[in-house]
Design a protein around this ligand. Structure first.
Ligand SMILES: NC(=O)c1ccc[n+]([C@@H]2O[C@H](COP(=O)([O-])OP(=O)(O)OC[C@H]3O[C@@H](n4cnc5c(N)ncnc54)[C@H](O)[C@@H]3O)[C@@H](O)[C@H]2O)c1
Ligand SMILES: CC(C)C[C@H](N)C(=O)O
Length: 365
């Protein structure tokens, strides 16, 4: 991978390499675009096979956050960090403190939070060294783990998608096939069960499946069967790239609405499901509840206000379907357009000179 070339192609601002051999920290912080504000995005800890793979992931995820934050109406740019290592065996407290100091060194250009492989406790350790961290424990007046709020957003976004597909946003009696019943999907299933939906679930973790069967009367199926079950809605809540050439022909559901990031294997798969008449709730819009929630901490966390904002995911999804129909474009393109247009409008509004910004004038002796 030619890093600078890749960064030029997608217009990235910055890539930071962090190492601290005492603690074993090897991390990358990618900042994609800060037109709307400081870059907010989680820190992922993962067993990457190579540095190149880690950098690629950081860059790709950072750009995703630019779009997610812009479409969510947040005054925040996009960034993401990755730490190389096994989150189960390679963590130590000092590693996260060292990482916190690197974040502090960016002076607010990047603000972190939880992502795959990192926890509220890790954020608390980062918080010992910097204030540029969200998703820290509630005892610090913070919002805590974002997953349950992400689940609320997916639930309301799913209702908007159901309205588009079936003319009614009620999920009562609808059958929903859920792939992965982890942190986000378990809470989402709670909402769905309460509304009277029928659940079909799968997970590689048998305990997670059993919990859904016991608590929500869900029907369990094998991991490869989930695509082809008779359902109204397919809800991918585990992995990326699950909408692909192999899975699309199997899908019987009319709606695709779930929490997983990067659901489309390639953009062509977004085009294909559009042509085939599926109603697809774009992933980074429907799963933006977590980031909306942690972003509220920056104004002094107010749960009621945060949840009110998360509920607007319903309206954003409706708006995206309206753009998709108006311009006859797939919903994932409509979401990108919504985000890009907002960034362009703000960039235009902010391009006039302000005295406080550094300029040639401040260099006068
Ligand atoms: N947690 C958040 O706030 C948040 C926010 C935005 C997006 N997301 C995305 O939502 C998804 C779920 O996040 P989470 O926090 O619930 O993660 P999680 O790890 O708690 O849950 C994922 C579940 O998927 C299962 N799984 C893994 N591979 C599978 C497979 N091949 N088939 C079926 N199940 C499989 C896991 O066993 C686990 O139970 C991820 O893609 C994540 O990036 C999460
Ligand atoms: C900042 C976060 C809560 C990030 C979250 N993991 C996401 O992908 O949206």
């Amino acid at each position: 991978m030619e890093i600078i070339k890749y960064m030029e192609t997608y217009d990235y601002e910055q890539l930071v390499i962090c190492q601290d051999k005492t603690t074993g920290l090897k991390a990358f912080i990618a900042i994609h675009d800060t037109t709307l504000g400081p870059a907010l995005g989680g820190t992922r800890m993962w067993t990457y096979a190579s540095e190149e793979e880690a950098i690629e992931d950081a860059l790709r995820l950072a750009r995703g956050m630019t779009y997610k934050n812009a479409a969510a109406g947040l005054n925040l740019g996009g960034g993401k960090a990755v730490i190389m290592g096994n989150p189960k065996t390679d963590k130590n407290d000092e590693m996260f403190r060292a990482f916190g100091r690197f974040i502090e060194g960016l002076n607010g250009r990047y603000i972190t939070a939880e992502d795959v492989g990192t926890t509220e406790q890790d954020m608390d350790l980062i918080h010992l060294e910097t204030d540029y961290v969200t998703g820290v424990s509630a005892e610090f007046g913070s919002s805590g783990n974002p997953s349950p709020v992400t689940a609320l957003g997916v639930y309301v976004g799913m209702k908007a998608a159901a309205k588009e597909a079936f003319g009614d946003d009620s999920l009562k009696g609808k059958t929903i096939a859920v792939q992965g019943v982890g942190n986000v999907a378990y809470t989402m299933c709670e909402y769905l069960h309460e509304e009277g939906a029928k659940l079909i679930v799968t997970d590689i973790n048998e305990e997670a499946v059993q919990r859904a069967v016991d608590n929500f009367g869900a029907t369990a199926v094998g991991i490869n069967e989930i695509y082809g079950v008779e359902a109204d809605i397919f809800s991918p809540c585990a992995l990326g790239a699950v909408i692909n050439d192999d899975t699309i022909p199997q899908l019987k559901a009319k709606v695709i609405a779930g929490s997983a990031n990067n659901q489309l294997k390639n953009p062509e798969h977004g085009d294909k499901i559009h042509e085939m008449g599926f109603v697809y709730a774009p992933d980074y819009v429907i799963n933006s509840g977590g980031v909306i929630n942690v972003a509220d901490e920056l104004d002094g966390y107010n749960r009621e206000r945060a949840l009110k904002k998360v509920n607007t995911i319903y309206d954003t999804i409706e708006k995206i379907f309206a753009i998709s129909k108006r311009d006859n474009i797939p919903s994932y393109v409509a979401a990108d357009r919504l985000a890009e247009e907002r960034i362009a409008r703000v960039a235009k509004a902010r391009n006039s000179f302000l005295q406080k910004e550094k300029s040639v004038l401040s260099n006068r002796r």
